[in-house]
Design a protein around this ligand. Structure first.
Ligand code: ACO
Length: 327
């Protein structure tokens, strides 16, 4: 039987219009533009409008990706949404998106926090290569600002909202997903989580009073593991793809913190100019960061057709992953 390859047909992204600057945050919590800039590299982030939900951001990003892919919505067999901030605990935001797109695709969400897009890539690749499905719409999207404690300066300066989408399709000739490498370590679930609102700790007046429905993070510990695991995942993804640094036009790391991005670049020994940064504009958008950055790099001409890109992510779980893609 002939091998089925995976072609990337198109990407799209969408961020809400409202901008929240570090100066705005100075008025909300005991922080400063200087601290946020020096410790994270973030200058501003986008905040979703009250009238919108994640499915709306995902819809806008998906429309652009579908348009660029020159397919019709009826061509999509599967919709996968990677998110930890979906419209509802269930049903899946992918089902709500399916309705908005007027599609009849199979639809489900995946939960791998900031690594969600990497996990989604692996699922899309496997679906297509196995012959199960031909065309997959993969979305990474978050409204982290709705699961953020706006009185906690340790976390509220870090996050933003946005969504990115990619259409992948079976191809006899072109192979654009050269490798995907994933990892997870559940012994670190305590470092980054939302304690309440699941079935282990149901929502009560007490959990709400204690703000346990919001993201809790041990930033320092997460930082150290992020640097090590993103570096290792990237090296592994390159090895699986049989590629070296000189083959890679651009590295797109998860945009959580400029210091993490720089530390990973240094460990990998890659030129600073080859490492994409947009964390100053958007903050950490979890599963949306890498796909929005990739779409930006394509749209701005930072990468051109045929270039190889290495994307990598790290997040709650803890989870991590990296992939080598041909654009
Ligand atoms: N403004 C001013 N001071 C602050 C702020 C703030 N916004 N936040 C914390 N501080 C203070 C702390 O209270 C602490 O003060 P202390 O020394 O008196 O106790 C001091 O600054 C230093 O705090 P650290 O935690 O040591 O700061 P650090 O340099 O580690 O930076 C940060 C914190 C930005 C959170 C960093 O650790 C980080 O980026 N971690 C990783 C985040 C990440 O990658 N997450 C994974 C993805 S997220 C997801 O999956 C949803």
């Amino acid at each position: 039987m002939k091998k089925i390859n995976v072609k990337i047909l198109g990407t799209g992204s969408y961020v809400p219009e409202k901008v929240l600057t570090n100066a705005d945050l100075e008025k909300m919590v005991d922080t400063s533009d200087q601290w946020i800039t020096e410790r994270t590299g973030i200058k501003e982030r986008r905040i979703i409008d009250k009238s919108q939900n994640l499915s709306d951001l995902a819809f806008e990003a998906s429309k652009k990706a579908i348009e660029k892919s020159k397919i019709s919505i009826s061509d999509i067999d599967v919709i996968v949404v990677a998110t930890v901030s979906g419209d509802m605990p269930f049903p899946a935001t992918a089902c709500i998106l399916q309705k908005k797109l007027v599609s009849n695709a199979v639809a489900f969400d995946i939960s791998a926090a900031c690594s969600g897009f990497m996990y989604g890539l692996s699922i899309a690749k496997s679906f297509i290569e196995s012959g199960s499905y031909k065309t997959v719409l993969l979305v990474g999207g978050e409204v982290l600002t709705r699961i953020t404690d706006w009185t906690d300066r340790n976390t509220c300066v870090l996050f933003g909202d946005g969504a990115g989408a990619m259409v992948l399709q079976a191809s006899e000739t072109e192979n654009d997903v050269l490798s995907v490498h994933l990892g997870a370590d559940g012994t670190y679930t305590n470092l980054l989580n939302i304690p309440a609102g699941g079935t282990a700790m149901q929502t009560t007046h007490e959990t709400v009073d204690n703000k346990l429905q919001f993201i809790k993070m041990s930033g320092k510990e997460v930082f150290k593991i992020a640097v090590v695991k993103m570096t290792e995942a990237t090296q592994k993804a390159l090895e699986i793809a049989g590629k070296k640094d000189e083959d890679i036009a651009l590295y797109i790391p998860h945009q959580a913190n400029l210091r993490i991005i720089e530390a990973v670049g240094k460990r990998l020994g890659v030129a600073k100019e080859k490492v994409y940064v947009n964390v100053h504009k958007y903050g950490n958008m979890s599963s949306a960061t890498t796909i929005i950055a990739l779409d930006e790099a394509i749209t701005s001409g930072t990468v051109k057709k045929g270039d190889l890109v290495n994307i990598m992510a790290f997040g709650g779980g803890l989870t991590w992953g990296a992939a080598v893609l041909k654009i």
